[in-house]
Design a protein around this ligand. Structure first.
Ligand SMILES: [Zn+2]
Length: 140
């Protein structure tokens, strides 16, 4: 099953490509801006997450997918990566699925010249990278 943190990462990556989460009736659309605040998810993202992972999780879908947030958070689904674009896609061991990636309607994706969508920065790793960059800079 996909853990809540995997589902959040999945959403964050698709949000970065402009995909929205929409309600079943098509009335409401959500796309946080910004997606991140420093190394964490932004308050906007967290607000949307608490809304779409609540009691009504069965009514929200990432655009271009047939799995509701409730499906993703159930034991029937897990998050895998798309063979075409490496982005996370839902797959299921119990439901038949042709595993259509949300990238199928993005004509400009995959795009090798753009940076890949990221997860929030891990502070330790990030700081270590900065430290080693500083150390390798010759002193004047
Ligand atoms: Zn894909």
């Amino acid at each position: 099953m996909a853990s809540p943190s995997q589902v959040k990462t999945y959403l964050a990556q698709w949000f970065q490509l402009g995909k929205r989460v929409s309600s079943e009736d098509g009335q409401n659309h959500y796309l946080p801006s910004p997606i991140f605040a420093g190394e964490a998810y932004s308050p906007d993202f967290e607000w949307i997450w608490s809304l779409i992972s609540s009691n009504h999780a069965d009514r929200f879908y990432l655009d271009g997918t047939d799995q509701s947030m409730a499906d993703l958070l159930s034991t029937n689904w897990k998050i895998d990566s798309c063979a075409r674009c490496q982005m996370p896609v839902p797959t299921s061991p119990v439901h038949w699925t042709c595993a259509i990636c949300p990238c199928s309607d993005l004509t400009t994706w995959p795009n090798e010249s753009l940076p890949k969508p990221r997860s929030p920065i891990q502070t330790q790793t990030h700081l270590r990278a900065i430290c080693s960059r500083l150390k390798s800079t010759p002193a004047k």
